[in-house]
Design a protein around this ligand. Structure first.
Ligand SMILES: Cc1cc2nc3c(=O)[nH]c(=O)nc-3n(C[C@H](O)[C@H](O)[C@H](O)COP(=O)(O)O)c2cc1C
Length: 325
């Protein structure tokens, strides 16, 4: 991929800071576009196309209308936590253009569930696409009480969400990934699944750093608890050779692509027929239209992008739709 985007010459954090207001202005001055390809209906939700935004790209529900305007098939906001919180200290964002990779150590900075709720309240219904709300726990909530944080977010935001995403796979909140361990996952998910049963689809976002057996076990446990689907996957703690990011923090983009694909394949195989009434969503290293089609071909019904939008810009939705033609 040729990198000709001016924002890639600025430091990653600067691009991040100016990106939101610029994206909003850009979205406002262009004609809203809707791309209809591989339309998909699932549990009463209609997707014009299967390509959407990934968690973290709009933590505070400030860009929903912009993503709609650029033609996303669905939009995810968050991760939202019950109380507002600041980012982790120190450097929290990096970029390596040669490796088509981002690095972040953000740790769920967000305005908190009530501020996000106030912002969502101003958006007119019906939404043109499904809205996913990604929820997390505050960093000072210990794992024993984590489910209370997720329940709080669901109760506060349920009239705005079409789908909830439970994020316990970020590497940037201490011990969060411990909740993916089978013995903890049961305890965490049971009350959350109960709360959402017959109300909202609930999706679990998995980590690319799980062992194969832990990954399969997490699928089985969450399937049995009635989880509606899985996002495969979040950022990785692994470092590709030559990638000089700090040891802590999650890497996204090309270095996570192989693992995201391998785990998607594994989920398709392992779930077998069980996957047909659930949703498989691929995330990780989707950088070209061909990557989108490949993930759909492997068996994802939906595909999400974050790093791909940083490297390609928001017209990526349009480029993919053109390739379909
Ligand atoms: C800067 C940054 C912040 C992120 N924040 C979140 C987040 O708050 N919640 C979440 O579930 N995932 C978050 N992610 C992970 C992405 O949603 C996505 O799963 C991951 O980056 C892999 O996809 P990609 O290669 O398309 O970026 C973040 C990723 C990046 C790069």
């Amino acid at each position: 991929m040729q990198i000709t985007k001016p924002w890639l010459y600025l430091p990653a954090q600067v691009t991040y800071n100016i990106g939101h207001p610029l994206l909003k202005i850009w979205a406002k001055v262009r004609k809203q576009q809707t791309f209809n390809w591989q339309q998909f209906d699932w549990r009463g939700l209609h997707f014009n196309n299967p390509l959407g935004t990934s968690g973290g790209i709009d933590k505070n529900a400030e860009l929903i209308e912009a993503w709609w305007s650029f033609g996303a098939g669905f939009v995810e906001i968050g991760t939202v936590t019950p109380r507002p919180q600041k980012p982790n200290s120190g450097k929290i964002l990096g970029r390596n253009v040669g490796h088509l990779a981002l690095w972040n150590k953000m740790g769920f900075p967000n305005d908190g569930a009530l501020s996000v709720k106030a912002r969502l309240d101003k958006i007119r219904r019906p939404y043109p696409t499904p809205l996913f709300i990604n929820i997390g726990k505050n960093r000072d909530t210990d794992n024993l009480h984590a489910s209370e944080d997720y329940l709080y977010c669901i109760r506060e935001l349920k009239s705005y969400a079409d789908v909830f995403v439970v994020n316990i796979s970020s590497p940037n909140t201490a011990d969060l990934r411990q909740l993916l361990k089978p013995e903890n996952l049961q305890i965490l998910l049971r009350p959350i699944a109960e709360e959402c049963r017959n109300a909202k689809p609930l999706i679990l976002k998995l980590s690319p750093d799980m062992s194969i057996s832990a990954f399969k076990e997490a699928l089985d446990i969450s399937y049995e608890l009635g989880i509606s689907g899985w996002i495969i996957s979040n950022t990785t703690l692994n470092r590709a050779e030559g990638l000089n990011f700090p040891k802590e923090g999650g890497v996204s983009g090309l270095p996570v692509a192989d693992r995201a694909k391998a785990f998607l394949k594994l989920a398709v195989e392992h779930l077998g027929e069980r996957r047909f009434d659930r949703l498989l969503i691929s995330s990780g290293g989707i950088l070209t239209p061909q990557d989108v089609f490949e993930r759909l071909h492997i068996g994802a019904q939906l595909v999400q992008v974050y790093t791909g939008l940083v490297f390609n810009g928001p017209l990526f939705f349009s480029h993919v739709a053109q390739e379909v033609k």
